[in-house]
Ligand binder design. Structure first.
Ligand SMILES: *Cc1c(COP(=O)(O)O)cnc(C)c1O
Length: 439
């Protein structure tokens, strides 16, 4: 009694205290009998620091959310100021300035027909809300369309509805009996125009036959993230927009990963100059600071729900933390950085530099393809079986060299925060290169 013990906590002590009580996402917990868990004590810019002062370059933007680095002083100051003003209030019957300001900004930034903003609080929930809204819209117009159309190899989140429209069997298979009705059409096999055209022909066959049952076609525009950074030509989006309009099916652009500049433009839909009926946004929306998501939709969809209460057409969907003010100011600060610092143009230079530097991977015999779209670069390996777990081996190697890579099976990818600098890009690429060479 009476004296204070100042203890320096080590990584392994922190890891043990964690494993006593925490069940981690997307993890076979038994792996941690041999695989160390990395406890992060602090972060700055693109670097994460553990409890023993080791630094790791966050080459995956902490699961694709971070845009302008960790502990960004500008975003931080905006959240701190909001914290003393209003931390949270319900959004039903009430409103607040950050939600109003952000919605106005999003309406201006997104494709022109998207006029209404429905706040949610995470990506999967935004997808759920968009699916329900689409189904409900048709119902309000007297049509029952209980089926959704999506692409093979797609990913839209992990809740039951979102999982239903996804196609990553690792996450989905087990829950098959619980899922809602979904049809999958083939995604274009590669980034060529021919592949896009072939896939559009198949899409039209499905729509021709089934459109009276289908509420919406949901896609990840240009890049299928969790499906291994699979990329396709914008002509597919353009064609899909035309066909969905022709067959009275909504188009939902799930830009949760592709939004906010990842593909080189603010939103991937801009590459095809299309305006979807719904757009879901999350991840980078708050610069990676706080959970927030939105479903954007058209005045036409909004109007189909607008009537006297007793007509029972309202969209009675809600989440407790909907439109959280702290998250909204983080999003406003993030958008302010885009505006004031010419981010998309700067990223173009960074993307070109990365493109030049990853050329050398093509000469490796175990590399099948190198592909890039804006600030997302993927290196696909060949000649391995999934049980070899080469993704895990590369992950461990890169960590030992101070880089956080999180390969998707045999696909290594870079999706760093936009604040990454040349020497960090060089290190990230060099470590991946050496890791692949050593496999
Ligand atoms: C991450 C992701 C989601 C799910 O978002 P969560 O916030 O993780 O639920 C949905 N769609 C796409 C395209 C994503 O990349």
């Amino acid at each position: 009694m009476g004296y204070i013990i100042i203890m320096e906590v080590t990584n392994s002590e922190m890891m043990q205290r964690d494993l006593d009580v925490i069940w981690h996402p997307c993890t076979q917990m038994k792996d941690h009998e041999t695989l160390p868990l990395i406890p992060i004590k602090s972060a700055k810019g693109v670097l994460l620091y553990d409890f023993e002062e080791n630094a790791y370059i966050d080459a995956v933007s902490s699961w694709w959310v971070n845009l302008f680095g960790h502990a960004n002083p500008f975003i931080g100051s905006k959240i701190k100021a909001q914290l003393d003003r209003l931390e949270h209030v319900l959004l039903a019957g009430f409103t607040h300035k950050p939600a109003v300001d952000l919605a106005h900004k999003l309406v201006v930034l997104t494709p022109k027909t998207l006029q209404k903003v429905f706040y949610v609080d995470n990506g999967s929930s935004a997808v759920e809300a968009a699916l329900k809204m689409s189904y409900h819209y048709h119902l309000n117009l007297g049509k029952c369309k209980p089926v959704f159309l999506s692409l093979t190899n797609s990913y839209h989140g992990e809740t039951i509805g979102a999982l239903s429209v996804g196609d990553v069997s690792l996450y989905k298979e087990t829950y098959e009996p619980l899922l809602i009705q979904n049809i999958q059409v083939p995604v274009p096999v590669d980034q060529t125009l021919q592949a896009a055209q072939a896939a559009l022909e198949t899409l039209e066959e499905y729509l021709k036959e089934k459109s009276n049952e289908i509420a919406a076609f949901i896609v990840e525009p240009l890049i299928q993230g969790a499906g291994g950074m699979h990329m396709y030509h914008p002509a597919y989006l353009k064609g899909a927009r035309k066909l969905t309009q022709k067959y009275d099916v909504h188009l939902i652009a799930d830009e949760i990963m592709t939004g906010f500049g990842r593909t080189g433009k603010m939103f991937a839909c801009e590459h095809a100059d299309i305006s979807p009926d719904f757009m879901t946004l999350s991840k980078g929306l708050t610069g990676g600071y706080l959970p927030l998501s939105v479903v954007m939709t058209t005045a036409e969809v909004y109007q189909a729900f607008y009537c006297d209460y007793n007509e029972h057409k309202a969209f009675l969907h809600s989440h407790s933390y909907t439109g959280n003010p702290l998250a909204c100011v983080a999003a406003l600060a993030t958008l302010e950085i885009f505006e004031s610092q010419n981010i998309l143009e700067q990223n173009e230079h960074k993307a070109r530099y990365i493109q030049k530097e990853v050329e050398k991977f093509k000469a490796l015999s175990n590399v099948k393809e190198v592909r890039q779209q804006g600030m997302v670069t993927a290196i696909e390996l060949q000649g391995y079986e999934s049980k070899e777990r080469i993704g895990l081996r590369l992950y461990e190697y890169a960590l030992s060299e101070g880089v956080l890579l999180r390969p998707l099976g045999h696909i290594i990818y870079f999706m760093p925060p936009y604040t990454i600098e040349k020497k960090e890009i060089d290190k990230m690429i060099q470590v991946a290169y050496e890791g692949i060479q050593q496999l």
